[in-house]
Design a protein around this ligand. Structure first.
Ligand code: NOJ
Length: 596
């Protein structure tokens, strides 16, 4: 159930609220049907059209007074997420970890870090979610572990040539005395992707590979023992009732034999002469066999459980390789997230995504924010592009929050009209921006440290949620401080404040998600509507609903129909029987029969 608030005038209209005087006239050839680019998938599995809400445990809710969020905090507030109208949650890592990369450095794959609680707390969370009708997906991190993992400690101790070292990627160095790294690969977080060990006698030893921080050694997926261990981990959590796994860096597990030098980027984003499909650490053919085996394991369980690839492959056609019929179920659509406020580019990436995913019989997913990228309120309010995996700091030009929020609401309304699955990131339903004035002393992201501060990193998009307008942590924690401080002006964004406000971003999310479910848009069609007369405008029809996005600074005429939802208060104006959509806004409207 959404918060019981009446719709605000001119912003969030339900069918019953739409007066007859708001029926506009047909506007010439505008919004004439164009190509049908995606057919309906009615009757498919739940995940084909699901909206999945990402919970970042350390910043969701602290019930224990440590200043860091925990599983008990999630369980206590989960009804508020169910109220939003999502289908499932995805939990970022909560496993035992030294937290050098916020838990993506796992020291034990089958337990809970005391920071977050216990396995009992996890079971309670699963039970609560089931009661609320939510599925729970967890994060699996198979490319690397923590240097504190028992297997890596054993490998260090056992020395070169041992079976223990076979589980990781140890190599002798190049050059005199092996002083140079075995190849030129760079870490995603900056600096070389290799760190040298010290032998028992104190002399310099072999090097180990880490595509991320030096505290995150890569596993050797040529080793059958690594396969066996992760199959055990999958079953451990499947037996506890998880609905599936979001698979971290899913494209990187298998490396090219011989580990050849690579002149491309560390994250595989293409540069001239170095296309993604030539990168020796990404998308190697052998990686797909792993997921085929995992899919077979999931299929042995009831409940239609899923694998979702975090495979930041380029272009989007390459992402579809992870969701071929016998591999994963979903993959994140980062090309969509990275597209920005550009109507023709959005249309192009949607066309390309639907073509690529339809060709392999998988749903596309859509996403605008997560814990690795500046929130879309901040990105869309910034005059300069914000790099994926980085953020903005006090020394950067500051984004315009009002512009960002206006665009973000429109971008989300547009996205949720698309057929396929969608991912939301905690706090976007409150319209949260990043904390872009976080002082260096608070920084925790290894990106910041490994680049000497050149990249401020991702802490700004990971700030603890505001629940209430009062108190030192805005209801996040009973402690006096939280693990990262909240910006001074977040009280007005608190969930309890927004619950009673029909024009709030929270109310808009509730209405969007309820309408999306009621209208079956996630399993619907996509047919473009012509908008040639209006630059910066794109529109499509899904199950009789026209979804219109206006990225321009001018108002545009709308086709005849009944306005169901608009992204902002006052975005729909009426003049002489014609409805107009305001600048930087989006709308869903049910088309009247004569308008199609
Ligand atoms: C992707 C995760 O989303 C990110 O937070 C993490 O730092 C890297 N993978 C390494 O695990």
């Amino acid at each position: 159930m959404c918060p019981p608030t009446p719709p605000a005038p001119g912003s969030v209209l339900s069918a019953a609220d739409t007066p007859a005087t708001r029926q506009p006239q047909q506007n010439g050839q505008a919004f004439a049907p164009g190509p049908l680019v995606h057919e309906s998938t009615t009757g498919g599995s739940w995940w084909r059209s699901a909206v999945i809400y990402q919970i970042y445990p350390r910043s969701f809710r602290d019930l224990r007074g440590t200043g860091t969020g925990n599983l008990a905090g999630i369980t206590a507030e989960l009804h508020q997420i169910a109220e939003l109208g999502v289908d499932a949650i995805w939990l970022s890592p909560f496993y035992p970890s030294p937290q050098r990369d916020a838990g993506y450095d796992v020291a034990d794959y089958t337990d809970v870090d005391p920071l977050f609680g216990t396995l009992r707390d996890f079971d309670a969370l699963i039970d609560r979610a089931a009661t609320l009708g939510l599925r729970v997906i967890i994060d699996l991190v198979p490319n690397h572990c923590s240097e504190q993992h028992a297997a890596f400690q054993a490998a260090l101790e056992a020395g070169p040539g041992s079976a223990e070292r076979e589980l990781f990627v140890f190599r002798d160095g190049r050059g005199t005395g092996g002083d140079e790294p075995p190849n030129n690969w760079q870490s995603h977080f900056g600096g070389p992707a290799w760190t040298r060990t010290t032998d028992a006698d104190g002399s310099p030893g072999q090097w180990y590979l880490h595509l991320f921080d030096s505290s995150q050694p890569d596993f050797n997926w040529d080793s059958p023992a690594v396969h066996a261990e992760f199959e055990r981990v999958l079953c451990f959590w499947l037996d506890r009732g998880v609905a599936g796994f979001r698979v971290d860096v899913a494209h990187a597990l298998v490396k090219e034999p011989g580990l050849p030098d690579w002149g491309g980027t560390a994250d595989g984003s293409p540069v001239p002469g170095f296309p993604f499909d030539a990168a020796p650490m990404f998308g190697r053919p052998g990686v797909h066999a792993i997921y085929r085996r995992w899919r077979d394991i999931l299929a042995e369980y009831d409940g239609d459980r899923i694998l979702c690839a975090e495979a930041n492959a380029h272009p989007v056609d390459a992402v579809a390789d992870w969701v071929r019929p016998d591999e994963m179920h979903q993959a994140f659509n980062f090309p969509y997230l990275n597209t920005g406020w550009d109507a023709p580019a959005l249309r192009a990436v949607i066309d390309r995504s639907l073509a690529a995913f339809d060709a392999v019989g998988a749903p596309s997913t859509w996403v605008l924010s997560n814990h690795d990228v500046s929130r879309h309120v901040t990105r869309l309010g910034s005059s300069a592009p914000v790099r994926f995996g980085d953020g903005l700091g006090p020394r950067d030009p500051q984004p315009d929050h009002a512009v960002g929020l206006r665009r973000a609401r429109a971008a989300t309304l547009f996205m949720l009209g698309l057929p396929g699955g969608a991912y939301l990131y905690q706090g976007e339903e409150l319209g949260l921006p990043d904390h872009t004035r976080l002082e260096d002393g608070y920084r925790q992201d290894p990106n910041f440290f490994r680049t000497g501060g050149e990249r401020v990193g991702r802490d700004g998009c990971r700030i603890p949620l505001p629940w209430t307008p009062g108190g030192r942590t805005l209801g996040f924690s009973p402690a006096q401080t939280s693990w990262l401080p909240q910006p001074d002006d977040w009280a007005q964004l608190a969930r309890s404040v927004q619950r009673g406000d029909a024009g709030s971003t929270l109310s808009l999310y509730c209405r969007m998600l309820a309408a999306r479910r009621r209208l079956g848009l996630g399993s619907g069609t996509l047919q473009w509507l012509s908008t040639g007369h209006a630059p910066g405008v794109i529109a499509f029809e899904n199950r009789g609903i026209a979804v219109v996005l206006n990225t321009s600074s001018a108002s545009v005429d709308l086709p005849a129909g009944e306005v169901l939802l608009a992204s902002g208060t006052g975005d729909i104006q009426h003049d002489a029987g014609i409805s107009r959509l305001g600048p930087e806004a989006a709308v869903w409207l049910r088309r009247t029969p004569s308008s199609t």
